[in-house]
Design a protein around this ligand. Sequence first.
Ligand SMILES: [Zn+2]
Length: 275
Amino acid sequence: MPRIRPIRTEAIVLRQRPLGDADRICVLFSPTRGRIEAVAKGVRKPLSKMSGHVEPLSRGQFGLAQGRSLFVITDAQTLDPWSPLHDDVERMTEALAMAELVDRSTDAEVSSGPLYQLLRRSLESLASTQSPAAVRRWFTLRFLDQQGYQPELDACVRCRTEVGPEGNGYSAVDGGVVCPNCHGAGHGQRLTSPVFRLLRYMRRSSAQSTAQVRVDAQASAELERHLSMSLEQALDARLRSSSFAEDLARAETIGRSAVQSAAESEREEQRRAAI
Ligand SMILES: [Zn+2]
């Protein structure tokens, strides 16, 4: 087998899961290589030097070597621990939601610069904000945009009439705002004027500015509903695309071989102990 050169990459740790007795599999997100599953060896042992550098929701510099089925992390150096994300349940919850979305929507070995920068900026904003949900919603809107599902907010998605702020509907299936006429004819869910204005504001503003806007509970719930339905549309479309189905199959194969190699090394250890 040709020897693959070790690689170095900056990455955000999306999540990790235990492997065997002492290791973890880390899901890394790299700007140049997309999603990478890599084994952090020995990090569950008490004196592991690496364990503090592979924490989920941190950004670091990683050295990776190609193992039998997965990459192996040879060294890790934290660049941003984003401690405030880990000290606050609400921030942590929103950060995990963003990481999960990236995890579900990126492929291995695919350059993902813009999405990486979006996640990085959003986690940075989340670490310093008093409105974690607002930052996550801002992230969701940008994410939709990057995936090619930016909600249309200027013209009716059914008849193309330019819309004002009043009397509109919102249709995630059709991809955005529905004019009062079409909404009156039964299309879309109600889109109130404050939420319509807020969506337009979010589209052109930073996460920090968006987080400063005071939104009441009702508008907040409505915005959440529209965005999550649009997100569902985008993720469903991805799920339907055959390349994603192939990725899933591949991920399952990789997962299985990781489990197999973990079982093999366990047997090897037992064998050695027996000698
Ligand atoms: Zn219309």
